[in-house]
Write a protein that binds this ligand. Sequence first.
Ligand SMILES: C[S@@+](CC[C@H](N)C(=O)[O-])C[C@H]1O[C@@H](n2cnc3c(N)ncnc32)[C@H](O)[C@@H]1O
Length: 387
Amino acid sequence: MLPPLGPIEAPPSLDLLGPQGPEILPLLSRPFLVLHRASSLYTARTCLLLLFDLGWEGRLRSGTTLDELCLGLPPQVRKPLAWMLPFLVSEGLLRREGPGYVLHGIPDLDLDGIRTIVHDEAPGHGVNFDLLDGVRSRIPPFFTDGKAGDALLFDLALFPLWLAYFRNDNLVYYPNNLLTLLALRQDLAPGTRLLELGAGAGSFARLAARRGTEEGWLDRIVEYRFTDLAPAFLRRAQRDLAAEVPGLPLTFQTLDLNRSLGDQGIAAGSLDVIMGINVVHVARNLETVLLDLRSRLRPGGRLILGECLKPTLEHPIYLEFFFSFIRSFTDVELDPRWRPIHGFLTPEAWVCALEHAGFTDIGTTPPPRPLMDRHPSFNVGAITARA
Ligand SMILES: C[S@@+](CC[C@H](N)C(=O)[O-])C[C@H]1O[C@@H](n2cnc3c(N)ncnc32)[C@H](O)[C@@H]1O
């Protein structure tokens, strides 16, 4: 008997998806919705199994607070645990009782059953679960020995799984790229000089090249600066992309968005578009970074950010599991106005931060409200703003 995933959300109605709705709705297919639900449940079960691996089942059964659980452990464990415990409550695997968290009964922690459902309904996505299994098996020294999460999660064994995750044929990752593409394509002027931040495995560049060729707008991009902080990603992209996407006028550069872009060779006012998918939330100081990005755009140039979005800042979303171990995600400077807590932001927090940095004409594809109020599990969007 297969474990049920619980109710699978119905897709939003077209009127909630804005003017580009007809192109967005097909993203929210039955296989996507099943995979999305399965991923959240698999992540929750993986979290609880990880806590069991660490030997904490007894403490959870008798009830424990976050403070008690952190006692005697390296300080870095607090942020992931502060995320995991409420996430486990939201998935029904722990109960909140007063200040504590309690495990009752025998929780259903079957992972194979989830894989079987996904194999039937969204074939080819087992690798997403391999990545979660990989995180669970590698991360214990983060808790026990204070080892850095980045070193544990981006080692050679897991790198191929990350590459497999950031792909356009991954139904749960593709919306990040497609929504950003829809935002870019709108208003794409001939002669566009574009810079991609955190371009990683290059899945966006591939999608832009394919769609731009099919739809006849690729030649409007006269310069595509492919940048990333990680040399491993850049080396790979440099090796593979030039041959795969000959129509894209690519250059490659190491670029850290947390350092002045001017100091890294990007001239003021020299770009028409700066875009980044799931990267600008690692800005250590969001205000400084957004001001810097604006200064590199020509007046009227566009910043386009594909980002995971949260319906409210308190609402844990499963994608935060991986990132809660990564220092660049958790150790950011907080600001009560737009970033009272680390992690993904709400659409409103992005608007507030962008306005503060002097951007205008700010919009999101698709428009986030009332969509996210009615569908809190819809957690991606492309935010566009003009310099
Ligand atoms: C979530 S991945 C996005 C991957 C990419 N969009 C793709 O489809 O392959 C985030 C990327 O941001 C990069 N990154 C992380 N911190 C960065 C920083 N401070 N400056 C620039 N890039 C950074 C990572 O190396 C990674 O490639």
